[in-house]
Design a protein around this ligand. Structure first.
Ligand SMILES: *[C@@H]1O[C@H](CO)[C@@H](O)[C@H](O)[C@H]1NC(C)=O
Ligand SMILES: *[C@@H]1O[C@H](CO)[C@@H](O)[C@H](O)[C@H]1NC(C)=O
Ligand SMILES: *[C@@H]1O[C@H](CO)[C@@H](O)[C@H](O)[C@H]1NC(C)=O
Ligand SMILES: *[C@@H]1O[C@H](CO)[C@@H](O)[C@H](O)[C@H]1NC(C)=O
Ligand SMILES: *[C@@H]1O[C@H](CO)[C@@H](O)[C@H](O)[C@H]1NC(C)=O
Ligand SMILES: *[C@@H]1O[C@H](CO)[C@@H](O)[C@H](O)[C@H]1NC(C)=O
Ligand SMILES: *[C@@H]1O[C@H](CO)[C@@H](O)[C@H](O)[C@H]1NC(C)=O
Ligand SMILES: *[C@@H]1O[C@H](CO)[C@@H](O)[C@H](O)[C@H]1NC(C)=O
Length: 524
């Protein structure tokens, strides 16, 4: 190991120099060093974001491996994998996954198919021209897995529960037998919609054929969504209990029951499922309007005002975790000027709050650090964000995560990258598969883990999500104006004059303290 590393960094320097000497050569052909973040200053990233992005995508792409992030046999994702505390090599994988992780994988493939150089850098840096075919071959297997799942467990109506994917056939995890969530599936549906757009518009006929096959799966969910999830009076169930997952949706014995009184009425990522029901279900026009009415009380205007920064008008968060902004990766919300401005304000608040509170990174729901004695993760921290502009004010702020930057990247790429770099330079925050899950603010621990959520949200944000593909599809279907109208209507009811639009987004001021943690030896 120790003999190998200097050799690799020599190569990296060599290729770097070559790339500089040959302006005609694409920078994507160079092999960056694993710990590339240390080679950039903040000014360097701001001045030349492209090379930092190129290095970032190269190493994040190492996550895309069999038995690490997905199963090459069936094309389906794994939630992620733990890595060795010392070396950083993959150890114990999470053999389960969910529709939300699937959505991140599919969004990435959608952009690879539509020709994104960034997606190719992630998926196939050695041969970017092969990226689309790689994506298509995984999507073929994935579709087979989904169709087989539907055949074995027709009670899910085409949707996915949390599932295990380490065998050829998917099956519900033990705690999701006869249960299915709406939110994650909303994320999956629009990602597939985007991928179908990319396939459909390809000059390759076999891609267009695959689009047709995926459309059958997607169209099937249009016929089952309301039957399964709609509880009447505008209410959508967060989690449905299924009488028997082996019975078809239309079986006279089949029953769907709301698991609790909790309904999917959030104005955050859960809204992706609302749109599916609004556009494609057979609900009455009145029920479709009610879908939006029940959500209204949750769409709230608040002002960030702390440490001399503000007031900044933002949409109140649940916790104000970056995770909550997922919907803007998938649908063209920013086409509504008010929403784009409001979500830019959110990043003013997010970035400046971390400066005001002397935090070296930003907050998002994420896995806690590794207990180095037991080797186990200390649980999942959901309640991480900004309490002063959230409805849930009981929060925990000891851990930050690189993926907190994904919504920032969508509105100001350079500032987002500066924050990303600031977290990546922390001890152990890079490993042979790119970024590490999370680190304590005080630098005393990290989460020796890799997940789709904490890694590929950021990658997708750099690709612009699938907003462009979904916009194109909605226009083709004649649904785009309705999307804009409803979004505009709902947001302009609550938000009139936005305060704080003249405030600059903030750049990081603090560093993660070095408390003696040693970098992963496979990435030093
Ligand atoms: C897959 O990963 C597991 C750990 O999650 C490991 O035990 C197993 O050997 C790996 N299999 C292959 C084929 O690499
Ligand atoms: C079309 O896609 C198929 C399947 O990925 C691939 O094998 C083939 O080379 C492609 N054809 C062209 C002309 O690109
Ligand atoms: C899913 O299974 C149901 C019930 O067997 C079937 O009617 C439906 O066509 C299947 N959906 C797809 C996309 O194959
Ligand atoms: C669910 O349905 C399957 C197939 O009809 C049957 O074998 C199984 O016993 C049923 N389970 C329950 C709990 O009713
Ligand atoms: C749901 O709400 C009803 C009426 O408000 C209440 O009686 C019931 O206990 C609630 N159920 C659960 C599971 O919270
Ligand atoms: C870490 O693991 C050790 C050994 O299992 C245990 O004694 C200790 O309480 C754990 N620490 C925390 C913070 O959970
Ligand atoms: C995270 O770990 C810290 C110890 O580092 C512990 O104090 C805290 O309670 C944990 N939080 C959760 C939600 O597990
Ligand atoms: C959207 O709003 C415009 C202007 O209010 C209106 O003319 C148009 O008919 C609406 N379109 C749809 C599809 O709702």
């Amino acid at each position: 190991m120790f003999l190998r590393m200097p050799h690799i960094s020599f190569l990296a320097l060599f290729w770097g120099a070559t790339a500089l000497a040959l302006p005609s050569k694409s920078p994507t052909s160079s092999v960056p060093s694993c710990r590339y973040a240390l080679e950039y200053s903040q000014e360097g990233v701001l001045k030349d974001p492209e090379s930092f992005i190129s290095d970032f995508l190269y190493w994040e792409g190492k996550f895309h491996q069999n038995n690490v992030s997905y199963n090459t046999e069936n094309g389906c994702s794994y939630d992620g994998t733990q890595i060795d505390w010392n070396t950083g090599e993959a150890t114990v994988k999470h053999s389960f996954s969910a529709a939300s992780k699937e959505s991140l994988q599919i969004m990435l493939y959608a952009q690879a198919i539509s020709g994104s150089q960034c997606a190719a850098r992630w998926l196939s840096p050695d041969k970017p021209s092969a990226a689309a075919d790689i994506a298509v071959s995984v999507l073929e297997k994935k579709l087979t897995a989904y169709l087989n799942f539907n055949e074995t467990y027709p009670g899910f109506g085409g949707f996915l529960p949390w599932f295990t994917s380490d065998e050829q056939d998917l099956s519900p995890t033990w705690d999701w037998v006869n249960r299915v969530p709406a939110l994650d599936n909303g994320e999956l549906l629009w990602a597939v919609y985007g991928a179908i757009q990319a396939l459909e518009t390809s000059p390759n006929e076999s891609y267009r054929e695959l689009a047709k096959e995926w459309s059958k799966w997607l169209d099937y969910t249009k016929s089952t969504a309301a039957k399964m999830f709609y509880a009447g009076d505008g209410n959508v169930c967060t989690v449905m209990d299924i009488a028997n997952q082996s019975w078809p949706v239309n079986d006279p014995r089949q029953r769907y029951t709301c698991e609790s009184n909790s309904t999917l009425d959030d104005p955050y990522e859960g809204e992706l499922f609302t749109w599916w029901l609004y556009f494609y279900s057979d609900l009455s026009a009145q029920d479709k309007e009610l879908l939006w009415e029940v959500k209204r009380p949750q769409l709230v205007s608040v002002e960030y005002n702390m440490g001399g920064v503000g007031p900044i008008t933002v949409q109140q968060g649940w916790w104000f975790s970056s995770h909550e902004q997922w919907k803007v990766l998938e649908m063209p919300y920013y086409d509504v000027d008010l929403v784009r401005r409001l979500f830019t304000n959110a990043e003013r608040a997010r970035t400046c709050n971390s400066v005001v509170t002397s935090t070296p990174g930003m907050f998002a729901s994420v896995n806690n650090i590794t207990n180095t004695t037991s080797g186990e993760l200390l649980g999942y921290i959901s309640a991480a964000g900004i309490p002063s502009i959230s409805s849930q004010t009981e929060q925990e702020h000891d851990v930050i995560t690189p993926y907190s930057v994904f919504p920032t990247l969508l509105v100001d790429q350079q500032v987002g990258l500066a924050w990303l770099r600031n977290m990546l330079i922390g001890k152990k925050m890079q490993n042979p598969y790119g970024s590490t899950e999370s680190t304590r603010v005080d630098g005393t621990g990290v989460s020796a883990l890799l997940t789709w959520d904490s890694k590929v949200t950021t990658v997708n944000a750099l690709l612009g999500g699938v907003q462009d593909l979904v916009r194109q599809g909605l226009k083709k279907e004649g649904l785009y104006n309705a999307f804009i109208n409803v979004t505009e209507r709902e947001y302009s009811r609550v938000f009139k004059d936005l305060k704080g639009e003249d405030i600059n987004l903030c750049l990081p001021k603090e560093s993660i303290p070095d408390t003696g943690l040693v970098d992963f030896t496979s990435c030093s």
